[in-house]
Design a protein around this ligand. Structure first.
Ligand code: SER
Length: 328
């Protein structure tokens, strides 16, 4: 069985991807790697790795005879603005190190398939915001978005020049409950559930009408694995595929939560993150992903909200006794 390396395995996507891949190919065939000393997710195989250390990265790939790498280590849009040089260095060199090893292996007849996440952040204020096409003006304004746009170019370059089998998705905001919200502009849509579960008024840092493309984690994981499993000749795009899940704004999300938890309260206090959100698409045209490798989203707003409240609420029920009655 082919071995798979997941870099950034302790992160939001990584932790759930490791679990899904382990269920698919067996835990022994999945190597989780992250900069922390230990796995935060109980992966069967774990390696401490700074992706900027290309020697160690190559050693791990050789030692396990890895056939696929998911390079997920990155700083997101908000944390990236706090440390732009670090974000650029990590986001670009992490990808370059991986692509270089993939190039060498491809040239020596042992190809390495690479997955790298792009983002809606690669688009900018002059991109058509509604039903954003696969090919559009891209003028990102954050260092994170600039690194994603440049990364897409690198992926396409390494594929066309060296034949590296690299694949990528422009992820919308990913909503999940297993890891805390961390560093993204779209993360209000996670934080809102934590506030609802702990019965706090949610102070939303985006205005009520800020519509953004989003995807629920199970759909995001399925898209990722389906893209990596597709035959190479079906992958017509080597930069990053638009993949749509659903689109909503804070007002719509709050209404869906309120329909299930009438006591829920939200206030709007837009801050510097509003400008980032305003520069991103509201919805995506993902017809290329649908045509090339059969992408189809499954999870809509009602299912997402039900599932988030179901999974976040138990922690709340056990820690706050008076809430047990209400939830029962
Ligand atoms: N979720 C990311 C962010 O908000 C976008 O890819 O930074």
């Amino acid at each position: 069985m082919e071995r798979i390396l997941v870099i950034g395995a302790n992160g939001q996507i990584g932790s759930e991807l490791v679990e899904a891949l382990a269920a698919k190919v067996g835990a022994d065939n999945v190597i989780a790697a992250d900069i922390q000393t230990n796995s935060s997710t109980g992966a069967a195989r774990y390696e401490k790795l700074d992706v900027l250390d290309s020697t160690r990265l190559a050693q791990i790939i050789d030692a396990y005879d890895v056939g696929q790498v998911y390079q997920l280590a990155a700083l997101l849009s908000v944390t990236g603005e706090q440390a732009p040089l670090r974000a650029w260095s990590l986001n670009m060199n992490g990808l370059l190190n991986t692509l270089e090893i993939a190039r060498q292996r491809t040239e020596s007849g042992k190809p390495l398939r690479v997955f790298w996440p792009s983002s809606i952040a690669a688009f900018g204020p002059h991109t058509p915001a509604v039903n954003t096409p696969q090919l559009a003006v891209m003028d990102p304004t954050t260092i994170y978005g600039i690194s994603k746009q440049a990364g897409e170019r690198l992926c396409e370059y390494y594929h066309s020049k060296y034949g590296v089998d690299v694949r990528s998705i422009r992820y919308p905001g990913i909503i999940s409950y297993k890891s805390p919200p961390g560093g993204g502009t779209t993360d209000y849509a996670i934080a809102i559930f934590h506030a609802a579960a702990s019965r706090e008024t949610y102070n939303c840092y985006l205005g009520p009408d800020t519509t953004l493309p989003m995807i629920y984690m199970p759909d995001a994981i399925r898209a990722t694995i389906e893209l990596m499993d597709a035959p190479a000749d079906q992958i017509g795009i080597r930069s990053g595929y638009n993949v749509a899940g659903l689109s909503f704004n804070p007002r719509e999300l709050a209404a869906a939560i309120k329909a299930r938890r009438p006591e829920f309260r939200i206030e709007y206090r837009p801050d510097h993150r509003q400008a980032i959100a305003d520069s991103w698409p509201q919805s995506l045209d993902d017809s290329c992903a649908r045509a090339d490798w059969g992408w189809k989203p499954e999870i809509g707003l009602d299912e997402l909200v039900d599932d988030m409240l179901l999974h976040i609420a138990p922690r709340w029920r056990t820690s706050t006794p008076e809430c047990m009655n209400e939830a029962a």
